[in-house]
Write a protein that binds this ligand. Sequence first.
Ligand code: HEC
Ligand code: HEC
Ligand code: HEC
Length: 436
Amino acid sequence: MHRRLLRFAVAASIGVAAIATFMQRTPRAAAQPPPQGTPASPGRAVYDAHCVECHGREGKGDGPAARTLVPQPRDFTIGRYKIRSTETGSLPTDADLVRSVKVGLPGSAMPGWDGILPEHEIVAVVQYIKSLSPRFAAELPEPVAPTTPVPASAESAARGATVYATLQCGKCHGDDGRGTGATATGFTDDWGAPMAAANLTEPWTFRGGPGAADVYMRFRAGISGTPMPSYKGTASDRDMWDLANYVASLRRKPVWEMTADEVRAFYGAQEAESLANPVKRGEYLVNILACPLCHSPADAERRTMPGMRLAGGLRMQLSPFGVYPTGNLTSDKETGLGNWTDEEIKRAITKGILRDGTRMLPFPMDWASFSTLPASDIDAIVAYLRTVPPVRNAVPRLTRTALPQYLWGKFQMLFLGADIPSFFFGGNAGSAGGQR
Ligand code: HEC
Ligand code: HEC
Ligand code: HEC
């Protein structure tokens, strides 16, 4: 890795932390009392002690820790669950929920509680979260009928490779299970958060477990709330088990099983791959440099408004310098970057010059440190921004800070040692609307 890039990444992460802290300095609602009328129960006590921070006081998936999590914690009031042994659209069984709470959902922030909470508390908390959705009182889970597994073997996996091609799993997961050649990318879950199709060579990230039987159930039952569909009735049972054995056979060696030489070769290959694929590299850079944090409108809790990632319209107040609305970085031709040339975009990111020639201050957008990125990375950022689907959202421009106002701000900071009040406004300042 370039030393320069490394140093930059460190600086950038400090920057992100600083931005996040400054964003948090908005007045917050006082802690809410527990919902009225919920009778005290053993499950409720476990929930309040261990689950509220993420899943929220009323189980809406909106606890204080939820703001920064991708994927977001489950909203229990809807009764929609990813990991089920039941037909698509149906509720999970108690055993499914107990399993998720015990093992956790790998690849997400959901921890496993086995060995931390005693069995009876896990069973009780599952009953409690069921009581948060009216669905459980009105419907019964519809279990997938059991079938006979085909034992794992090279022959079964080879047959499964054909099923993989026939059912077109590669459309989302790539020909090799790790995304190569995938035509569908950039998914959104039902709750509006960006998500990716699982990397099928890394089964330790599977939410529902790595075994062939787990994999079978995921494509047989689907993963509710995500684009991963149910394949009920699309192939014979034997074909489906062959497919599960094939997916299980794709497992690559994880880093913790590699020798030092293998680790070096693995990351070397990864770096070469990212250089050969600027869009992917650009997406990575845009995320770690926190472009979406400023360039997406958010609600008062700083959750990005659904479908508005990178569409601009977030406003930040830095008194007395002014109110800064962020621009629309999607590929929309009229209101986004669709009609900007590559050079114009690069000039904005590295020199702080807008399309009409106006110069930005070196804050709030840190173009001065972006300018130290290698040229290939700036190209990659532009390549990725070109692929961001257009969202129409015309954002009114900043009224430029007048010189006396600017000098007064500097004077207050440098000579009076004053902190400048800073906060962001919830809602979208652009034409697509949204709460203010
Ligand atoms: C650190 C944050 C965090 C804590 C603490 C936490 N969860 Fe979760 N939980 C999550 C996230 C994130 C998800 C969503 C994962 C996903 O969608 O892939 C989730 C999902 C779930 C699911 C849904 C499984 C499914 O099939 O959709 C259940 C059930 C659940 N949590 C129960 C609990 C219980 C019970 C507790 C307390 C004992 C708890 N969680 C504590 C973060 C947390
Ligand atoms: C329309 C796109 C799409 C298609 C087609 C698709 N998947 Fe998926 N798949 C996804 C997404 C998105 C996820 C990630 C779900 C998540 O993170 O919660 C996923 C997750 C998975 C997982 C991980 C399960 C887990 O426990 O987390 C497996 C295994 C899987 N898919 C197998 C398949 C197989 C096999 C096929 C073909 C029969 C297939 N998928 C077809 C989009 C797709
Ligand atoms: C701390 C918040 C912040 C971050 C982080 C940030 N920007 Fe900005 N950006 C702004 C603001 C505010 C403006 C508008 C400034 C103005 O009008 O003076 C802007 C303007 C721009 C513009 C000019 C387009 C327009 O219409 O405003 C581009 C292009 C841009 N940013 C790209 C990026 C990219 C790419 C990243 C990540 C590498 C990024 N920004 C990160 C706040 C931010």
